[in-house]
Design a protein around this ligand. Structure first.
Ligand code: NCD
Ligand code: ZN
Length: 345
């Protein structure tokens, strides 16, 4: 097969940032994706309905002319989040989900949750109205090894919350382990997971073997090869609880390339080419549409997109090494292998 048409994909986990950075990166997402769940970890974070409305308007005014891209907004859950504000934002369709960052777990997560008892009432209300909770599934406990933080999060945080609040709909974001894939696969209709393109093609050797490669450093950090394979199996299975969330997370090279560099890979430009390559290699191109375009809207109870994208296979596609922004260059994720599928148009 060398041509493939699918319903237009959505990105169920995206960092657009703000200001000049947003204006530089948004066109890459708007080119391929109809909608994206926009992460609220700005500085300061998007915590109220009003913050979300203002951020949405800034995104819409930065959108390329003629683009039909729709941002789906989220609120950043804090111990101060007010039930009334959150319910009002959900009722008018302003927000599509709420994001939980354990305090200190990742980039701009200082305002996240420390004491889960303090967000219980908010979570109960979300369960009542069916509003999904998106979790950054890592504990921030310094005593837990960074490669174990996802597994420990499931045991210590996620599973207790789900038992405590039946009916709470949860997306475990950017899963990186076989254990998380198994947990989600067996978790019933209220549990799903996003998977990034980069976690399908790198393992921890890419970050650490033969020299340290900061552009492969993201959170949750890539794990060993057996986990990467389990993620490929989950994504290419086409199973309902697994869908694409790129976690495209642009940082300037200056912020990445320093003694304490930021976490995040910028994958918006080449995610669809990477996915097509991975699914092709696995003989699973017929399931790419489920993963990229159908399973996400089904979980979010939204219609799938009615237009399509067509990918075609040919000579390896060249992507820029980096894009320029007014804040400085941002390196584009390098999958380390030739990509033969290009998005037409
Ligand atoms: C994200 C960012 O840069 O905002 N970084 C990352 O490594 N994925 C935050 C996140 O999603 O953890
Ligand atoms: Zn993210």
């Amino acid at each position: 097969m060398d041509r493939l048409t699918l319903r237009r994909p959505d990105d169920w986990h995206l960092h657009l940032r703000d200001g000049a950075m947003m204006r530089a990166v948004l066109p890459y997402t708007a080119r391929h994706f109809a909608r994206a769940i926009v992460m609220p970890n700005l500085v300061p974070p998007v915590v109220t309905g009003r913050d979300a409305a203002e951020y949405r308007d800034r995104i819409l005014s930065a959108k390329p002319v003629g683009s039909r891209f729709r941002p789906l907004m989220t609120l950043y859950l804090t111990e101060e989040t007010e039930v009334r504000d959150l319910r009002a934002a959900a009722e008018i369709g302003l927000i599509a989900a709420v994001k939980l960052y354990p305090a200190g777990a990742t980039t701009n997560s200082a305002s996240g949750v420390r004491d889960f008892a303090r967000v219980r009432r908010v979570l109960e209300n979300m369960a009542q109205i069916g509003l999904p909770l998106l979790v950054h599934g890592e504990v921030a406990d310094p005593d837990v090894d960074i490669f174990d933080r996802e597994a420990v999060f499931i045991d210590r945080v996620l599973d207790p919350i789900r038992r405590d609040i039946p009916g709470l709909r949860v997306v475990m974001e950017h899963i990186t382990t076989a254990g998380a894939a198994d947990y989600v696969r067996d978790g019933g209709a209220d549990l799903a997971a996003t998977i990034t393109a980069h976690h399908l093609v790198i393992n921890r050797n890419h970050i650490l073997a033969g020299g340290i490669r900061p552009h492969y450093y993201c959170l949750p950090v890539a794990k060993r090869e057996s986990h990467r394979r389990a993620l490929v199996d989950a994504a290419t299975s086409g199973a309902a609880p697994f869908f694409l969330g790129t976690d495209s997370a642009p940082h300037t090279d200056a912020a990445k390339l320093q003694p304490c560099g930021c976490a995040g890979c910028f994958t918006a430009p080449n995610t669809l080419s990477i996915l097509a390559e991975v699914f092709d290699t696995m003989g699973a191109l017929d399931r790419l549409e489920s993963f990229a375009s159908l399973n996400g809207p089904a979980f979010y109870r939204l219609p799938a997109n009615d237009d399509t994208v067509t990918l075609s296979r040919g000579e390896p596609v060249a992507f820029p090494d980096r894009i320029e922004t007014a804040d400085g260059p941002v390196t584009v994720f390098d999958p380390g292998m030739p990509l033969h599928w290009r998005v037409e148009g």
